[in-house]
Design a protein around this ligand. Structure first.
Ligand code: C5P
Length: 281
């Protein structure tokens, strides 16, 4: 029996500059995106019809109806392979609605896995975008620059070795609400990207950038401030910032040992926080 497995890595917005707004209300972005070795997993295998099962630490938070991005991705694929079926299992280890693209990455992994299982091509870019603005980036799952609302993707050379500690304080933040709370933005994009040769150089360059959604997310979830402060004081932390529309924040580290130690000590000091260390690609 054919069985295909795909990782659905966490997406990290190392920068997220809001550069404008379209007539339909979607915001134009300029974002440096990386992916983390921490993530969810999607497995698909041959079966008579479409079925879906979910397990993992955050299984309980996965919607069972029309909001489930794995099912929506599967339905897009099934429209191209009407006679095909699959049993789909999602292992949900990333906190949902937390700014690290869990749902988008799950959708991308599902598209990719079913495309391989059924030997059918991926849907077109416009159809993929209907699943979520981050899904095209998650299909690449490597360092990239994202512009437009997420549809303009420029993949980048591999990042220098760099590790991230991801911390989520346990409050789900609604992406549309964060965008609605966005008041000030200076419309400046990132300019040209240099070629970074070390974690320190990358972090130094990032410190001139920003996440424009950090201030509006902080107004909705003040816990984020505490997370950023706790990350900043960890030994070896080069930079701390929020990812996406939050509330997950990341700290960047040159070495794996410092990152692992920070994740362990933050988790011990704040048992209610979700803390993970992983390498960025
Ligand atoms: O596409 P996604 O489902 O991630 O977006 C959720 C919501 O976030 C959108 O409905 C929109 O309100 C807002 N959004 C935005 N600009 C983007 C991405 C999302 O305004 N580039």
């Amino acid at each position: 029996m054919a069985r295909i497995e795909r990782r659905a890595p966490a997406k990290i917005n190392l920068t997220l500059h809001v550069t404008g707004r379209r007539d339909d209300g979607y915001h134009l972005l300029d974002s440096l995106v990386a992916f983390c070795s921490v993530g969810d997993r999607v497995e698909v295998s041959d079966a008579p019809g479409l079925s879906f099962a979910v397990r993992g630490a955050f299984a309980g938070a996965v919607p069972s109806g029309g909001d489930n991005l794995v099912l929506r991705a599967a339905e897009l694929m099934a429209a191209r392979a009407p006679m095909a079926g699959a049993a789909i299992t999602l292992t949900k280890d990333l906190p949902p609605a937390s700014g690290i693209g869990g749902g988008s990455s799950d959708a991308a992994a599902t598209l990719s896995a079913l495309s391989a299982l059924w030997s059918v091509p991926l849907p077109g870019p416009d159809e993929i975008l209907t699943l979520g603005a981050d899904v095209p980036a998650c299909l690449e799952a490597r360092a990239l620059r994202m512009r437009g609302i997420g549809e303009e993707i420029e993949t980048l050379p591999p990042l220098p070795e760099i590790h991230a500690v991801l911390v989520n304080p346990g409050c789900a933040v609604s992406t549309p609400e964060v965008f609605r709370a966005l008041e000030n933005r200076d419309n400046a994009g990132m300019g040209a990207l240099p070629a970074w040769t070390s974690a320190e150089e990358l972090a130094d360059w990032l410190s001139d950038g920003r996440n424009d959604l950090e201030a509006p997310a902080l107004s909705l979830a003040p816990e984020i401030r505490e997370v950023l402060a706790a990350l900043t004081v960890q030994r070896g932390c080069l930079l701390a910032r929020m990812s996406g529309s939050g509330a997950t924040c990341f700290g960047l580290f040159a070495g794996q040992e410092d990152a692992d130690a920070a994740a362990t000590s933050l988790g011990a000091a704040h048992p209610e926080w979700w803390c993970r260390a992983g390498r960025l690609t």
